[in-house]
Design a protein around this ligand. Structure first.
Ligand code: GDP
Length: 528
């Protein structure tokens, strides 16, 4: 039987990430959450993306130059006796694979929608990733201080496009210049909007009861119409259902404006109340419960040079069960070795601190000297492997050529390490000595070139290569597989992890290969 202190720690944890389309307000809301969590005292200190002060999580000159957040970091803060872990995800879609993997390490997500724009592309994509695991989703409709679209229409869009039931918890009163606040459909309270209070925390002004005199005064001539609207909303929308939310079938919806820090507190209150505590996780042999006392965790991300003063790489681990304590022995399951870990770090808005203790649901960083890869499982001795940490076939491919051919070794080493981090994927064709890198977005290539030069002192050039897509191949029939490998040698390559891959010059070529070799599996994703 697990001890009570441990059980309380685990149950109090809420580990989540934010999904949204660029510009919907993720950075702004992150800042307000940190303000509410008292991790920062004034907004504006987290990230001045577009040129002003740079974010504490920025780690590379290039990132600052471009004003984008390439890498993710983790922020932990206490709120209402709970411990909240917020995993930041890169805003730029060229780094979406990083985002997808981060989503495997959380227990729920917050979806932000720009009220003027509604459901946008990137949100649809990220939602698809969440659906793979039925991740619970809470929704915040942002920018109520602007001219937004009809809220009823917005909820319809969420339901139609994202295929999830929407249950409004709060409902806006007016919008843009006439935005007066939000009404909580469940507590019958109005939270009154006061302009220009976004940077610090202040007391909220609340009115109890839509039927109260204060409510009538606030709404003036619009009161009657608003009461009717609320009746309509109550009749036409889904009611909040906690079980349906936890199953990923229904999303509670809050309205507000992140910029003015309004409606964010309500949303966070709902979040810590309803969001799941660390959930059970699947391995190749059994389910691991978050409240098991024996420690386990998996690596979902590897990142280099977060702080130029520390030139090492950090492997981000999601703790799935038990307790990490400084100096403990862990089993690195893939290589079957026990290691003593004395210097794991935690992340608080980008600052790295040594961590003494961490529980299921927390994220800790291990110093990686080249032996840790994405997807690796660590335990207190049991041989396990957490599953469901995907690797996606890249969408863009380039051949890498060296400016100085003498540096081949350094180039290979650099590309190998960067591919283990998940920065790009490396493919080595069987028919020649070329090196092909694959990425989800153009920017990833640039980051890799920059880092090869910065960290490995090699200059490389990219050239176009005739590859359209890649598929990881395997086959149960060893003889057939040999035949396939001989016949298709020109298309085969080994990836950075040593897995056999089919590089298809065109979609048609891939289709034909699949038809010709029905026994061979062509996979668009592979497990780490
Ligand atoms: P991200 O790309 O999702 O991280 O979006 P940001 O948080 O950087 O916000 C994009 C832009 O929208 C910035 O100029 C913000 O100041 C602005 N913004 C964010 N929230 C609000 C809001 O509630 N109201 C208004 N009017 N602007 C907002």
């Amino acid at each position: 039987m697990a001890n009570q202190h441990f059980l309380n720690e685990v149950n109090d944890r809420k580990t989540f990430a934010i999904i949204s389309h660029p510009d919907a307000g993720k950075t702004t809301i992150t800042e307000k959450l940190l303000l509410l969590g008292q991790l920062i005292q004034t907004a504006g200190s987290v990230k001045g993306r577009k040129g002003d002060k740079h974010a504490t999580s920025d780690w590379m000159a290039m990132e600052k130059q471009r004003g984008i957040s390439i890498t993710s970091s983790v922020m932990q803060f206490p709120y209402k006796d709970r411990t909240v872990n917020l995993l930041d995800t890169p805003g730029h879609e060229d780094f979406s694979e990083d985002t997808y993997r981060t989503l495997t390490a959380v227990d729920s997500v917050l979806m932000i929608i720009d009220g003027a724009k509604g459901v946008e592309d990137r949100t649809i994509k990220l939602m698809d990733v969440c659906r793979l695991r039925d991740t619970p989703i809470l929704t915040f409709i942002n920018k109520m201080d602007r001219d937004i679209r009809d809220p009823i229409e917005l909820l319809d869009e969420v339901e139609d496009v994202l295929k999830i039931a929407a249950a409004p918890i709060t409902w806006p009163i007016g919008m843009s210049d006439f935005f007066k606040g939000v009404y909580n459909l469940y507590t019958d309270t109005i939270h009154v909007f006061v302009r220009g209070r976004g940077h610090t925390l202040m007391d909220d002004i609340r009115i109890q009861g839509l039927q109260s005199d204060e409510a009538k005064t606030l709404l003036g001539d619009d009161w009657e119409a608003y009461v009717e609207e609320i009746d309509l909303v109550r009749g036409a929308s889904h009611e909040f259902d906690h079980a349906a939310y936890l199953a990923g079938e229904l999303t509670p919806v809050f309205f507000g404006t992140a910029l003015s820090n309004f409606g964010v507190r309500e949303m966070l209150d709902g979040f810590v109340e309803w969001a799941p505590s660390p959930i059970d996780r699947e391995t190749n042999s059994r389910m691991v419960s978050a409240v098991e006392e024996k420690f386990s965790g998996f690596i979902f991300k590897i990142q280099a040079n977060m702080d130029p003063k520390h030139r090492d790489r950090i492997a981000f681990m999601r703790v799935c069960s038990g307790t990490y304590s400084r100096g403990m022995k862990m089993r690195h399951c893939r290589i079957g070795k026990d290691i003593k870990v004395t210097d794991a770090v935690s992340f608080t808005a980008g600052d790295r601190e040594g961590v003494e203790e961490a529980f299921s649901g927390d994220i800790i960083g291990l110093h990686n000297h080249g032996t840790i890869q994405i997807g690796d499982t660590f335990t207190e001795g049991e041989d396990l492997k957490f599953t469901g940490i995907p690797h996606f076939a890249p969408e863009l491919y380039r051949r890498v050529r060296l400016k100085d051919p003498m540096k081949m070794k350094a180039l290979q080493k650099g590309l190998q390490q960067l591919s283990e981090e998940g920065s790009t994927q490396l493919f080595m064709p069987q028919r020649n000595n070329e090196l092909i890198v694959g990425a989800v977005g153009q920017l990833q290539f640039e980051v890799v070139a920059y880092r090869l030069q910065d960290e490995y002192k090699v200059e490389c050039i990219y050239e176009p290569v005739n590859v359209n897509t890649a598929r990881w191949v395997d086959c149960d029939d060893a003889k057939k597989f040999e035949e396939f490998k001989n016949k298709c040698r020109d298309n085969l390559a080994v990836d950075g992890g040593g897995h056999l891959t089919y590089l298809a010059p065109t979609r048609v070529n891939l289709m034909m290969a699949e038809e010709k070799w029905p026994q061979v599996r062509f996979r668009a994703t592979r497990e780490h």
